[in-house]
Write a protein that binds this ligand. Structure first.
Ligand code: ATP
Ligand code: MG
Length: 391
């Protein structure tokens, strides 16, 4: 019988809360495989999960999806057979024959583990028996105990599990184990990566995007929806708020000192995002800022931005170089969409000489030159909210 063996990571460290983390991980697995038929079952045993019933022709797809479920350390597509030598041997022979297809020679090593001590052969004995039979059945095989090309793994537990591959998972904590936070998402490279990184720590995400029709186009908005879908492949359900920002942006532009417009805009974005966060039950905000990347990301600017809200602001990229961020963006598949050339409301209104060391008291004063409360309320009222789930 085909089975997918799931090893989990950091949950092992959890004491009494462990069942809660395991439960959330099962939820993540089930939602990733929800359209694979009713036969799919997840069984938990001795700190592992076994997934049964995935249709044979969809195993590869199932594995690919599971590599995006946070909390999974690694996966092995395996065969489960009776705990009898003849059954084990015939499964091993079949798997190895498959691995040898198109190869003139290969090296191997057996890794047998007997957890069920009632099984008559000890681990070393089983290694020796299988090794012997493999060498006899396949003359093109050679043993290499240090760096084998084929790892023949056999685990004797409730059943005998046989596999040759271990595929790395996304690690992190199961989605929903760390509460909720709201990501300020632009169409750029950084914020999707920031959302991915915090979701990896178990946060459920809300996302808030500000657009400025007609200064930004429909396509810029579609790009953000698309990016949110890409993050959702990892983060599961995301509540996305699309907030009209044109009136606020034009007012900033008309009433405030030009060099302060970017920081003021950021303060207003944070405020509105905080409102949505509260309504969604989120306890923190997330941005894609990295120290020193642009004028609005100096330490002074970040202080002025934080001054506008009372929630903690998570900036997982704060110590990252752009190249490092790009590496993650490529790994998680958001990079290609992020670099599509659609304008963002930040870029449309950038001043030529923004302040790099803004002062909180001064900025509060500039901000007081207009009354924002009605405009903020209107932006909240006219927000379009979507539920995104690419699982
Ligand atoms: P990104 O690549 O995420 O756009 P960036 O390097 O372009 O980042 P900024 O444009 O200054 O930097 O934005 C800093 C952060 O502010 C972004 O990472 C994002 O969290 C938030 N942000 C910027 N523009 C928007 C927007 N239009 N809607 C929502 N959040 C935004
Ligand atoms: Mg940007």
């Amino acid at each position: 019988m085909q089975v997918i063996l799931v090893r989990y990571g950091e949950i092992h460290l959890k004491g009494l809360n462990r069942p809660f983390f395991e439960h959330k991980l099962i939820e993540g697995i089930k939602s990733a495989l929800k359209d694979m038929g009713r036969e799919v079952k997840v069984r938990q045993e001795q700190g592992r999960f076994y997934i049964f019933g995935v249709p044979k022709d969809r195993q590869g797809e199932a594995i690919a999806r599971l590599t995006r479920v946070f909390g999974i350390h690694s996966l092995s597509p395996a065969v489960a057979v009776e705990k009898e030598y003849s059954a084990i041997w015939s499964a091993v022979r079949e798997l190895v024959a498959h691995q040898l297809e198109g190869k003139a020679s290969a090296t191997f090593k057996c890794f047998c583990r007997r957890s069920d001590k009632r099984f008559p052969l000890r681990s070393e004995d089983l290694n020796r028996e299988l090794g012997h039979d493999l060498l006899e059945a396949f003359p093109q095989l050679q043993v290499d105990v240090h760096n084998p090309e084929i790892k023949v793994c056999v685990e004797i537990r409730e059943q005998a599990f046989i596999y040759t591959d271990e595929i790395m998972g996304a690690d992190g904590m199961p989605t929903g184990t760390a509460g909720r936070a709201a990501l300020l998402i632009s169409g750029g490279i950084d914020s999707p990566v920031a959302g991915y990184m915090m979701a990896k720590r178990g946060l459920q995400l809300s996302a808030v995007h500000f657009y400025s029709y007609p200064y930004t186009s429909e396509r810029a908005r579609d790009k953000v929806v698309e990016l949110t879908k890409l993050i959702s492949r990892y983060a599961g359900k995301i509540t996305l708020h699309l907030v009209p920002f044109t009136e606020i942006q034009l007012t900033i532009y008309e009433t405030c000192p030009p060099k302060e417009t970017t920081v003021l805009m950021r303060r207003l974005m944070m405020r509105i995002a905080e409102q949505w966060a509260k309504l969604d039950g989120a306890l923190a905000l997330i941005t894609g800022e990295a120290l020193g990347q642009v004028a609005s990301q100096t330490i002074e600017s970040l202080c002025v931005t934080d001054d506008a809200v009372s929630m903690p602001v998570f900036r997982p990229l704060i110590g990252f170089d752009k190249e490092e961020i790009i590496t993650v963006a490529k790994k998680i598949g958001t990079f290609e969409t992020s670099i599509l050339p659609f304008e963002d409301c930040c870029t449309v209104f950038v001043p030529q000489h923004p302040v790099t060391k803004p002062d909180v008291a001064r900025l509060r004063k500039s901000e007081a030159m207009a009354d924002w409360s009605d405009m903020v309320q209107k932006a909240l009222d006219n927000t379009e909210t979507m539920q995104i789930n690419s699982r």
